[in-house]
Each structure stands twice: as structure tokens, then as C-alpha cells.
Write a protein that binds this ligand. Sequence first.
Ligand SMILES: Cc1cc2nc3c(=O)[nH]c(=O)nc-3n(C[C@H](O)[C@H](O)[C@H](O)COP(=O)(O)OP(=O)(O)OC[C@H]3O[C@@H](n4cnc5c(N)ncnc54)[C@H](O)[C@@H]3O)c2cc1C
Length: 287
Amino acid sequence: MREMTADIVIIGAGSAGLCAAYQAAAAGADVLAVDENKLPGGQLFKQIHKFFGSREHNAGVRGYKIGYQLLEQAEKCGARILLDSLVYGLFPDLSMGLIHQNRNYVLKAKRIIIAAGARENYLPFSGSTLPGVMGAGAAQTLVNLHRVLPGKRIVMVGSGNVGLIVSYQLVQAGAEVAAVLEAAPAIGGYGVHAAKLRRAGIPILTSHTVIRARGRDDVREVDIAALGEPGPIPGTDRTIKADTVCLAVGLSPMTELAWMCGCRFTYIIYRHLGAMCRYIIRIWNLP
Ligand SMILES: Cc1cc2nc3c(=O)[nH]c(=O)nc-3n(C[C@H](O)[C@H](O)[C@H](O)COP(=O)(O)OP(=O)(O)OC[C@H]3O[C@@H](n4cnc5c(N)ncnc54)[C@H](O)[C@@H]3O)c2cc1C
């Protein structure tokens, strides 16, 4: 089997991986960053909107352009970036199994940085396995990368920045967003994104959640209800005609490779996890 080596291998060439590659290469290390995608920047390459925040953190620059900027910066310092390359295994001796352009390699490094990003959280509810229920990030990939609408009339679950931004991008791409649902009593994302949706006439329903998606082969209707203490308020159910439910209910880190090579994990309960538990308790009407 072919072999590749580097002092430092970075798994993932999103913003974290590319910044790590730049820093390590600038300090003189022999660096190889690998990413399964054909484009650099991880999440960035599907973000066609201008970033918000501070100017020193690229506010006003479109996400995919930041990906190319980071790639150029890392390569200028001598880092090697290998795209279209999936690390499928990280073993206790710190060797890695890598598929690069359909060929199998053993990758060896003195140090490994895992910058594998996160996956979207799922939300179980009646009908949540029907075709038409998907992560908001998946819908964003369909629209911004593949130029395909996931559906015509969409219910977005979650009003964090991802839920708000993806809703707006879906509208820009020609879909109708019937409603954005938010279990918490207040909108989670920035006011500037919520205001855009409101100007487009899209209702953002706080203290509301999805109860079920209905349809025989795919989503046709979505039942929603208002949330009180401790769960859905009886009699507030209503049905929205929609063919797609997008879930924007948080992200979880991709830790599989770290588990695989035997890293020790510590469980830390932090405030987002607490909010998530409260949300689940409200939805399922638990004591
Ligand atoms: C809709 C949306 C809007 C956003 N807007 C903003 C904003 O305006 N401002 C802001 O600061 N942030 C924004 N963000 C957040 C920002 O995009 C993320 O915080 C950032 O991309 C995280 O970077 P990362 O490198 O940790 O992970 P990622 O960008 O997810 O990169 C990880 C990479 O690792 C790859 N990978 C994972 N496992 C493997 C493996 N085994 N082998 C090879 N490759 C692997 C993945 O494919 C991916 O390319 C937004 C995010 C979303 C979804």
C-alpha cells in the first residue's frame, strides 16, 4: 500500500484546519492537511452570503471566498493541502487510512490535528423519517452548491443563525418558507437576519415546535403547536401545507476518529446542552 508522511497531519481543511495548517507551516513544520471535499474551506464553500461579525474576521466577505483566501495563505507558507481525500481510520499507533482520488494510502505523522468540524443534530418526531425532512445544512448544500431546490414550501425548525440564514437563502432561490419555528421564547440568531425574514413576510413563531410531518410517501403537511410549560399546549395544534421540513437544531462535533484511536473523553455539560435538554423535555412533555 502507498504511504504518505508529514510531521503534522491535519484532518479537515475547513477554516479551523486551514488556519492550523498556516500557523504550523509558518512556524517551520512539514504540514499536510487533508479534506474529503473537492473545494477548500469546509462549511465555507457553500456559504455564498457575506459574513457578519468584525472586519478582522472577514465581515463583508463571502464565505467561499474566505475558503480560497485561507487555502492560499496556508499554501504560501509551504503547507500541502490534499483535497478529495478522506481519512477513514485513525489507529492507536497514529497511522491513518486515507482514500485519495479512489486510491488507498497509509498516512503517517508525528502529530495529528483533528479539525473535522461538526454534524447537524437531528430531531425525532412523528414522520421525521419521511423523505422531505432534512438538515438545514443539507438544504443549503442543495441550493448553493447544486442549484437544486429541496422543495417548494418549507417549514424551518430552529431560529439560530443557521435556520435564519438558510431560510433567507431558500427564499432567494425561489422557495416559499411557510414558517420558522423556535421552541425557545426568543429568536436564537441575530436580529439582522430575523429582520430580513420578517420583511419578506415570513412568520417566525417563537415557543412553537413541530409535532409531526404527514404524508404517505413524502412530506405533505406539517403539524405544529405552541409550547408552554411543560410541553405542547393542548388545542394549539395547526396544520401547515409544506413539502419540506428543515432542521436547524444545533451541531455536534465529529469525534469518531478521536474515539477510534483511543482518546480519552470527558463529559462536560455546558449551557447549550442544558438548553437542548430543556427543549427535549418540553417537546416530549417529560416531568
Ligand atoms: C449557514 C451557516 C452560516 C454561517 N455563517 C457564519 C458567519 O457569518 N460567520 C462565522 O464566523 N461563521 C459562520 N458559520 C459557521 C462557520 O461556517 C463554521 O463555524 C466553520 O465553518 C467551522 O469550521 P471548521 O473548520 O471547524 O469545520 P468545517 O468547516 O465543517 O470543516 C471541517 C472539514 O473537515 C472535513 N472532514 C471531516 N472529517 C473528515 C475526514 N475523516 N477526512 C477528511 N476530511 C474530513 C469536512 O468535510 C470539512 O470540510 C456559518 C455556518 C453555517 C452552517
